[in-house]
Design a binder for this molecule. Sequence first.
Ligand code: SF4
Length: 188
Amino acid sequence: MMEFCLQIGDESQESCELSFSLLSILKKSFTYVLQRFGNKESEPFIPFLGMSSEEVGKLASFFDLTLDSPQRGNLGAYLGCLEEHKMLVEFFLRYRNRDGEISLWVAHLLATASLGENHLWQDMGLQNRAELGFLLRSLFFPLFSANKQDMRWKRFFYRKLCEEEGIFVCKAPNCKDCSDRPICFGPE
Ligand code: SF4
């Protein structure tokens, strides 16, 4: 596949290092997740990926997205998952390849979709798991490379998060002997 760089406004330095294919996957995913988690039917409801209006404005401008303004939904449900969402954002930020606005936005994208009920690639509006792998490898390589046993991504994130916090929610001390193994591994 031919790869080339985009140069867009003030973000030229950062975007030039991102391939066109990655940028188009990100645009597709931001469009999907903003809509999927940002309307009154959404469960959970997470308006604008949990970002400030200023930050989401920059994201929309960069990717040329049209936003519903404001996003409306069940604010009580949003407050109920706010702490978990913030914890996930901070988790992803610890594993990004480098600082910058794009990885900040993608951390919010991943955190939001992680709270959905389907496989992560599905909740991100991606075509398949391989697209998600490409995105993680490109922007969150330390996290991507740590999933050596190829666990399902949401399971892997939560397991790592719990390990970091010193909390052990798994049913067994290791995956080999665990009855939940089919849930954590297998096709995604
Ligand atoms: S297979 Fe069991 S031990 Fe391994 S991550 Fe899943 S729940 Fe935890």
